[in-house]
Design a protein around this ligand. Sequence first.
Ligand SMILES: [Zn+2]
Ligand SMILES: [Zn+2]
Length: 105
Amino acid sequence: MSAQPAESLPVIFPTVPGKVAGIVNMTPVTVQCQECGALATCETVGLPSKIGKTGEAACVLILSGFHFHSYPWSDGRTDNPRLCRPCRMARQCQCHRCREERRGA
Ligand SMILES: [Zn+2]
Ligand SMILES: [Zn+2]
């Protein structure tokens, strides 16, 4: 993969049909932040690559920290893409979940 200029827009891949939004590949399971385009796989979250298909998706989703936002955004935004932790934190949300997460929970 070649280096991208910082100002180029991230490529957001389409979700695999029938999967939860943000799962963009199943072999290997790949989860994407739908804002900055960061990708997470077993490898990036530090899992052994051979944990089996069923566990793989769940583990990558949980360990990547690429989540939907569980509460209303405190600034009134109504969108809810799957976001990596830095993107969620960058929204400066003051809800209880984001405040906990900012403290490292
Ligand atoms: Zn992101
Ligand atoms: Zn929040």
